[in-house]
Design a protein around this ligand. Structure first.
Ligand code: AMP
Length: 375
């Protein structure tokens, strides 16, 4: 008879040789599986797409839909703990697995991070600042919300948005019909447009024992709504950087979080210096933390593996004086040979066969060892 499953959420600590199940087979799952292998752990990837980049580097994979309960039950019985690399995994999938095997982080964190309203309400309940916002479920509600929030504003689908998808910027009342049409009938959130000086993120981890560890705050540049470049250190005052980390810690504790999370902030400059506005919570390893693969004592991927395994967290200390990460999007990766010629460049490619426009193909890290500013 098979051993009875551990009680949900029990404090299972993995031993080397154990298996971590990962929901999602993208590049984040691939880099998690590589870090797990380095620590003597196996990964079993569960993803619906045949060409999942993580399949090629994991000990096992299951190709099935997130609603396939037979496949999910088989997956749960084959792994010691489950995590996810993709925040659009249905909460119902995670709840189904949670009844069978520990899932870290759990459905509570996933549910909040999938819902922009819940995310902002949580941030506010923890005394963090967010943009003014209102729930919008019809064109009439949008017009009423615009009267309160004012222009410019950003309308976003409440759920399933990423990299600027499902978003419309409003600069005039006349644009309200088109903005509402762009939501395709989905519930939305109207946010005041934040005039920020820069965008930063904190990538941090919370261990099974409640320990907390944050990497240095990272400054992020976007192009076409996608992350283009991340830089450490961020151009942020010490108190502001400390506040960003403290806010991230309060969020992780409120969500009873285990694993790595990313919190994105807008930095606004006012009379009292820099202030922070929480934009988004990512319940997973984060693109803005990729520099840690070459620029920190412990990478964010190893940190997540340690956390979900119930192991002690590693040091987040920066190696050198700074680091930079450039995303390779679409055709950017075609110059891989040129990048390899640069002795300061650390190339990471995700093994994707086809370079479609807007597709993240890899990234390049550069470590700075001398004092000086980013170019
Ligand atoms: P998001 O999907 O919420 O991370 O938004 C993607 C990007 O759109 C952000 O990184 C910002 O550059 C921009 N953006 C989103 N919301 C706002 C806002 N309320 N005010 C100004 N810019 C925003």
């Amino acid at each position: 008879m098979p051993a009875p499953p551990p009680p949900p959420g029990s404090a299972t600590v993995l031993s080397p040789g154990a298996t971590i199940g990962i929901l999602g087979g993208g590049q984040l799952g691939r880099m998690l599986a590589l870090s797990a292998a380095q620590l003597g752990l196996n990964c079993h990837i569960f993803a619906p797409e045949a060409d999942s980049p993580a399949f090629g580097v994991a000990a096992r994979h299951t190709r099935a839909g997130y609603d396939d309960e037979v496949a999910l039950a088989g997956f749960a019985s084959a792994v010691d703990v489950v995590t996810f690399e993709f925040e659009n995994v249905p909460v119902s999938t995670v709840r189904f697995l949670e009844a069978r095997v520990p899932v870290r982080p759990g459905s509570k964190a996933l549910g909040v991070a999938q819902d922009r309203l819940a995310e902002k309400q949580l941030a506010r309940s923890l005394k963090a600042t967010t943009a003014a916002f209102a729930s919008v479920t019809s064109h009439a509600e949008l017009v009423a919300a615009l009267a309160v929030i004012g222009l410019p504003a950003v309308l976003k689908t409440t759920r399933l948005g990423y990299d600027g998808k499902g978003q419309a910027k409003l600069t005039a009342m006349a644009g309200s019909e088109a903005a509402w049409a762009a939501m395709r009938g989905q519930p939305a959130i109207l946010e005041a447009f934040v005039r920020f000086r820069c965008e930063v993120s904190v990538v941090a981890a919370r261990g099974l024992d409640g320990s907390f560890s944050a990497f240095d705050a990272t400054e992020n540049e976007h192009r076409h709504h996608m992350l283009h470049r991340s830089m450490v250190p961020a151009t942020l005052s010490r108190p502001c950087a400390d506040e960003a980390v403290a806010t991230t810690r309060r969020i992780a504790e409120a969500l009873d979080y285990v694993g790595v999370l990313g919190v994105e902030f807008f930095v606004c400059t006012g009379e009292r210096g820099d202030t922070l506005v929480v934009n988004e919570i990512a319940p997973r390893v984060h693109n803005s933390g990729h520099w840690t693969m070459d620029g920190a004592v412990t990478s964010q991927f190893e940190q997540h593996v340690r956390a979900v395994a119930g192991w002690p967290l590693g040091s987040p200390a920066l190696l050198g004086t700074g680091a930079e990460m450039l995303n390779l999007i679409g055709d950017d990766a075609a110059d891989w040979q040129g990048i390899l010629q640069d002795p300061s460049a650390r190339l990471h490619l995700y093994g994707k066969a086809e370079a479609r426009p807007g597709r993240k193909m890899g990234h390049v890290n550069r470590l700075r060892t001398e004092l000086g500013s980013h170019s």
